[in-house]
Ligand binder design. Structure first.
Ligand code: SAM
Length: 286
C-alpha cells in the first residue's frame, strides 16, 4: 500500500508521553499573557506539520513550541528544528524532546521578536508555528518585509486567529482586504491551508483559528518594500475615503496614481495588489 502524504518520509517516532501528562508533570498551566493556547491532538499536529510538504532533513524554525506538541510533529516528519520559546517553564519538557530525537532539536530560550531569523538558523528554512496571538502579526510583517528576495525562509506555515488569516489571503474588494493582504501577496503566494476549531486548543480561545501557508513568488521589479508599505499605510489609513484624499499626505503618490491611468476617486479596497505595485513603482520613477 502506498504511504499517505502525511506518513511518507516520516522518521521512526520514539514513544512519547501524552502531551497532557507533559503539561501536568512540568506544571505548564497556560499563561494568557504569553498567548498560550496549546494543541494536544497529535493527528491535527501531524496535519499542520505536513502543510509545508516533505520536511525530511529540512531546517525548520518554530516560534513558541510551548510543551512541544507541534515540535513533536515536525521532528516526526524528519525536520531539523530550531525552536524559540520565551517561557522558561517549558525548557525541561523541550529538553526531554531533544533527548528523544537526538541531534534534531535545538531550543533557544528568548523573545522571538528580538532574535533575527539569520541569527537563529543558518541557511534556508521553513517557518512553522502556532503563533502567540499577541506577537503573530509583528513577526509576519518582519518576515514579509525581508530585504533580499527570495528571503531566507522558504515557506511560512502559521496559525492565526481566523480573522487575521482571512485578512492575509483576502482578495480585492473583500471586507478583509487591506494592508496585510497586499504585504502578504505582492511577492508571495498566500493560501488558507486549514481551519481549526477553537475547541482544538487548551484552553480554547474565544475565536476560531486558521493555518495560512505562504511561499515566496517572483518579486516585481523596481519596487522597494518600504515604498509599498508606506503607500498601503496611507491608502488604508482612511479606507473609506477616495484615494485623492487618503494619498494626499504622501508626496508623489497622487501623481504616480494618475501616471498609471488610475482614477483618484476610487477607494483603496478596489485597487488590486498589482495596481498598488504599479503605483509604488511609478513613485520610484519606474
Ligand atoms: N506550539 C505550542 C502548541 O501548538 O501547542 C504552543 C503554542 S502557544 C499558541 C504560543 C507559544 O509561544 C507559547 O508557548 C508561548 O510561551 C510562546 N511565546 C509567546 N510569546 C513569545 C515570544 N515573544 N517569543 C517566543 N515565544 C513566545
Amino acid at each position: 500500500m502506498a504511504a499517505s502524504p502525511e506518513l511518507r518520509g516520516a522518521v521512526t517516532a520514539p514513544a512519547l508521553p501524552p502531551l497532557r501528562e507533559v503539561i501536568a508533570r512540568h506544571g505548564l498551566a497556560a499563561s494568557k499573557a504569553l498567548g498560550q493556547n496549546f494543541l494536544l491532538d497529535e493527528q491535527l499536529l501531524d496535519r499542520i506539520a505536513a502543510v509545508p510538504g516533505d520536511l525530511m532533513g529540512a531546517q525548520v524554525l518554530e516560534i513558541g513550541p510551548g510543551p512541544g506538541g507541534l515540535t513533536r510533529a515536525l521532528l516526526r516528519a524528519g525536520a531539523q528544528v530550531t525552536a524559540i520559546e520565551r517561557d522558561r517553564r517549558c525548557m525541561p519538557a523541550l529538553a526531554e524532546l531533544a533527548e528523544a530525537f537526538p541531534d534534531q532539536l535545538h531550543v533557544i530560550e528568548g523573545d522571538a521578536l528580538a532574535i533575527p531569523l539569520a541569527q537563529a538558523v543558518d541557511g534556508p528554512c521553513h517557518i512553522v508555528s502556532n503563533l502567540p496571538y499577541n506577537v503573530g502579526t509583528a513577526l509576519l510583517i518582519s518576515w514579509l518585509g525581508w530585504a533580499d528576495w527570495p528571503p531566507q525562509w522558504r515557506s511560512l506555515t502559521l496559525m492565526f486567529q481566523r480573522e487575521v488569516a482571512e485578512r492575509i489571503v483576502a482578495e480585492t474588494n473583500a471586507d478583509a482586504y487591506g494592508r496585510l493582504a497586499i504585504l502578504s501577496q505582492w511577492r508571495s503566494t498566500a493560501r488558507l491551508a486549514m481551519k481549526v476549531h477553537r475547541s482544538a486548543f487548551t484552553p480554547p480561545p474565544k475565536v476560531m483559528s486558521a493555518v495560512v501557508h505562504i511561499t515566496p513568488a517572483p518579486m516585481p521589479e523596481g519596487v522597494r518594500p518600504g515604498r509599498l508599505e508606506a503607500l498601503t499605510a496611507a491608502a488604508f489609513g482612511q479606507r473609506r475615503k477616495m484615494l485623492r484624499q487618503s494619498l494626499k499626505g504622501l508626496p508623489g503618490a497622487l501623481a504616480a496614481l494618475e501616471s498609471q491611468g488610475l482614477d483618484a476617486s476610487r477607494r483603496a479596497e478596489t485597487l488590486s495588489v498589482e495596481e498598488f505595485v504599479r503605483i509604488a513603482r511609478a513613485m520610484d520613477g519606474g
